[in-house]
Unconditional design. Structure first.
Length: 378
């Protein structure tokens, strides 16, 4: 028994030391209050669910959830750590929603993939998650209404855009409903106890690319084998008769019970991946939204710069600009743009009208709340 577990018989609150038994009684009473308040909240959420069911209203409301998180941001919660409070509320909302109607979310990759982690971060754990093996399948699952939402990677801070997701966005009628940013920390996982014993490294090409420096410094002559996912890399490393290693996240190490040989092997310490949440509706406006659009421009000198000037003249902030080959004609491009604001904002509405007049093609990919990470960084 550790000393803290010893019953604190000698002390009482009256001896001035605030005996631990008394403090623990206080904690027990507070815990009961927390549980009782959670019960009350769950009952009210269930009532909201019945109200919505009668009227055919959507159960999961991203803008309402954002409003709740915004309010938490404004209240003083010291000394309780804010990120933990957010985490707890993410789970409370997820649990309350599951009493209204279980939410089904499709995501890319096997369980324990980074996209699975992003899904848990956005929706909490009280949802049903469907693992899909391709980005296309995630979209199809939502299009067929087998899932309410899908989660796919869109961009890595080291490796750039996930082109396959951009291309799929071009084709689909689904809309972007949210974004999640996840810090990506890769680990070298192996049953071999010494890094010098490693015979080969299995990894997804994106993870290999993000750990190039580590591999060339520490495993310069060890062959690397590309896999379809990080989790597949772990499976292959486990099946291998020699001391093979895999690159994957800590969650995969836990799920597959494979030791972590090295942590943080990514070349960029602030390596992050941005994921998109896709759905078939458009979330309502919140305190801070962005609108993603896709435009094609007439193939003539200055066409793109005149579009950019129009955006600026409408006082709309362009926060991202990416180009992709149109795949219709050589050297013909489409542009992906993120605009600060919601498509219901008057400035964005006027701008979109103007762009629709000027560009051969404009598609609104969605309006959705800016991620927690971007909100924090200003
Ligand atoms: O306010 C609602 O519309 C609810 O359904 C309640 C609630 C909540 O628990 O606060 C639950 C799920 C929604 O996504 C948003 C909020």
């Amino acid at each position: 028994m550790s000393s803290i577990d010893q019953p604190d018989k000698g002390k009482s609150p009256s001896d001035g030391s605030g005996g631990i038994a008394h403090l623990r009684q206080k904690i027990d009473a507070i815990d009961l209050q927390i549980v009782s308040l959670l019960q009350d909240r769950a009952r009210v959420a269930h009532e909201v669910g019945l109200y919505k069911k009668e009227r055919g209203l959507p159960f999961h409301v991203i803008s309402r959830e954002q409003e709740i998180f915004d309010r938490l941001d404004r209240i003083d919660i010291a000394p309780f750590p804010r990120p933990v409070l957010k985490h707890i509320f993410r789970e409370i909302l997820s649990a309350c929603l599951s009493l209204e109607e279980p939410l089904v979310v499709a995501y890319l990759g096997p369980p324990a993939s980074y996209t699975h982690q992003a899904t848990l971060k956005f929706f909490g754990t009280s949802t049903r998650h469907l693992s899909m093996s391709t980005v296309r399948e995630v979209f199809l699952c939502v299009e067929r209404k087998e899932a309410a939402y899908g989660v796919v990677p869109i961009e890595n801070s080291t490796e750039g855009m996930v082109n396959y997701t951009l291309d799929t966005l071009v084709e689909t009628d689904l809309k972007i409903n949210g974004e999640v940013v996840l810090p990506i920390h890769h680990c070298l996982l192996s049953r071999g106890e010494d890094i010098r014993q490693i015979t080969k490294v299995f990894a997804h090409p994106q993870s290999l690319a993000q750990c190039r420096g580590f591999l060339s410094n520490h495993l310069p002559h060890v062959p690397t084998i590309e896999t379809t996912s990080n989790t597949r890399a772990v499976e292959l490393a486990l099946q291998d008769e020699t001391h093979a290693a895999a690159i994957a996240g800590e969650m995969a190490a836990e799920v597959y019970n494979i030791p972590v040989l090295r942590r943080h092997i990514e070349d960029q310490p602030d390596n992050q991946t941005r994921f998109l949440v896709i759905g078939d509706g458009v979330p309502g406006p919140t305190s801070r939204d962005q609108t993603s659009i896709m435009v094609s421009v007439i193939d003539r000198v200055g066409a793109l710069s005149s579009i950019l000037q129009i955006i600026a003249s409408h006082q709309v902030n362009l926060t991202r600009l990416e180009s992709r080959p149109s795949k219709k004609k050589a050297w013909d491009y489409i542009f992906f743009m993120d605009l600060a604001g919601h498509q219901k904002d008057p400035a964005i509405q006027t701008l979109l009208g103007k762009l629709q007049d000027l560009c051969p093609y404009v598609k609104i990919l969605g309006s959705y709340p800016v991620s927690e990470e971007k909100r924090k960084s200003g």
